[in-house]
Design a protein around this ligand. Structure first.
Ligand code: HEC
Length: 162
C-alpha cells in the first residue's frame, strides 16, 4: 500500500518535471521578443497610416473599427514586450530600444498607458461612428507614438520607414 503510494507520488513528480521542461523548451527568447515587437511596430505604422488615408478619402469612422481595435489591443501589450537585456547593443540583433526604458521604467509605463488610452478611445469613436472626433483622435494617437519615441527610441523621430 505504502509502496503503491510512493510510486504514484513519484510518477506525479516525474510528469510535472517533464511538463515543466517542455514549457522551457517552448519558451520565447529575448531575440524572439525583439523580432515580434519590431514586426508589430511596423504593422502599427501600416495600420495607423491606412486609417489616416481612409479618412482623407472620405470614409466613415465605423469603417475603421477593426484596425482601430487591433491597434488598441497591441497598445495594451506593448510595454510588456521589453524584457530586461533586449535593448540597443545588448544582443546580436539590431534594436532601437533605449536604456531609458529600463532606467526610467515608471516614465516608460506612463507613456505606454497614455498610448493605450489614446488607442482605446480611437476604437470607441470608430464604433460610435463619430467621424470628426475619430479624425482628430488620430492626431492624439500620433502624438502618443512620438512622445514615446522621443524619449525611448533611438534613430529618426516618428515611425521609421525602413
Ligand atoms: C511606449 C513606447 C512606444 C509607443 C507608444 C510607440 N512606439 Fe514605436 N517603438 C518604440 C520603441 C522602444 C521602438 C524600438 C524597438 C526596437 O528596435 O527593439 C519602436 C520602434 C518602432 C518602429 C520600428 C520597428 C522596427 O522594425 O525596427 C516603428 C515603425 C514604430 N515604432 C512605429 C510606431 C507607431 C506607428 C506608433 C503609434 C501608432 C508607435 N510606434 C508607438 C516605442 C514605442
Amino acid at each position: 500500500m505504502l509502496r503503491t503510494l510512493a510510486l504514484i507520488i513519484g510518477l506525479c513528480i516525474a510528469v510535472t518535471a517533464t511538463s515543466l521542461s517542455q514549457e522551457n523548451t517552448h519558451a520565447v527568447s529575448g531575440l524572439d521578443v525583439i523580432a515580434a515587437r519590431q514586426a508589430s511596430l511596423d504593422m502599427s505604422a501600416i495600420t495607423f497610416h491606412s486609417m489616416v488615408d481612409a479618412m482623407k478619402t472620405g470614409r466613415e469612422a465605423k469603417s475603421q473599427a477593426y484596425p482601430a481595435l487591433a491597434l488598441a489591443k497591441w497598445a495594451k501589450t506593448l510595454p510588456r514586450m521589453f524584457p530586461a537585456g533586449t535593448g540597443e547593443d545588448e544582443t546580436s540583433v539590431s534594436s532601437q530600444a533605449q536604456p531609458a526604458i529600463w532606467q526610467d521604467h515608471a516614465g516608460f509605463n506612463k507613456v505606454a498607458a497614455n498610448y493605450a488610452d489614446a488607442t482605446a478611445r480611437l476604437a470607441s469613436l470608430a464604433s460610435a461612428n463619430d467621424t470628426a472626433a475619430f479624425t482628430s483622435q488620430l492626431d492624439v494617437v500620433n502624438n502618443a507614438c512620438n512622445s514615446c519615441h522621443s524619449r525611448y527610441k533611438s534613430g529618426a523621430q516618428g515611425p521609421s520607414r525602413k
